[in-house]
Design a protein around this ligand. Structure first.
Ligand code: GAR
Length: 197
């Protein structure tokens, strides 16, 4: 049953493990969304062939080929016109989007970040958490707004910070939770159970 399912485009930059979690979840007949395409901002994103192996449409545009963010986003927009997504899911997409782009998609674009936002935005969130000496860390799925790693929270998951943790061990513990909550959060948005504003 694909009728009535929301169309989702996933944007990635790298290995795409969250992308894979969303694709796997969307296999369930009663999942309220289907993945219509995976887009990367670089040709060597490891997630692209993985998505293609699932039989999902893929495309990339290398951001370095464009003189401006707006130029890159116009190219991305052309791909999205073909795929006609209802929802965009950023999954390790490491490009900042312009306010014009996020405004156009407001309420229909979501992101996952590996921290308990508003704590530890940006890069190296696990190292940031360890440097802060927090006892709990985690991940957040949120609606995207112009500010980086900002916007209303849809779901969060917490993990303990254990003695001897390194950024790598902590990242692994958090990633398992990312793979659990991202499919759940996307389903909430697709069903209209989570709304912007
Ligand atoms: C994930 O941990 C995701 O939360 C993070 O990048 C990783 C991508 O891994 N995203 C951000 O830091 C966004 N600010 P993946 O490609 O295996 O999903």
């Amino acid at each position: 049953m694909t009728e009535g399912k929301k169309r989702v485009a996933i944007l990635i930059s790298g290995r795409g493990s969250n992308m894979s979690a969303l694709i796997e979840a969307a296999k369930a007949p009663d999942y309220p969304a289907r993945i219509v395409g995976v887009f990367a901002n670089r040709p060597d994103a490891a997630g692209l062939p993985i998505a293609a192996n699932y039989g999902i449409a893929t495309a990339w545009r290398w951001h370095k080929d464009y003189p401006s963010r707006t130029g890159f986003e116009l190219a991305l927009g052309d791909v999205l016109k073909l795929w006609r997504p209802d929802i965009i899911a950023l999954a390790g997409f490491m490009r900042i989007l312009t306010p014009e782009f996020t405004a156009k998609w407001q309420g229909r674009i979501i992101n996952i970040h590996p921290s308990l936002l508003p704590l530890h935005r940006g890069l190296h969130s696990h190292a940031q958490a360890l440097a802060d000496g927090v006892t709990e860390h985690g991940c957040t799925v949120h609606f995207v707004t112009p500010g980086m790693d900002e916007g209303p929270t849809i779901l969060q998951a917490r993990v303990p910070v254990l003695p001897g943790d390194t950024p790598e061990t902590l990242a692994e513990r958090v990633l398992a939770e990312e793979h659990r909550i991202y499919p759940e959060a996307l389903a909430m948005v697709a069903r209209g159970e989570a709304r912007f504003g």
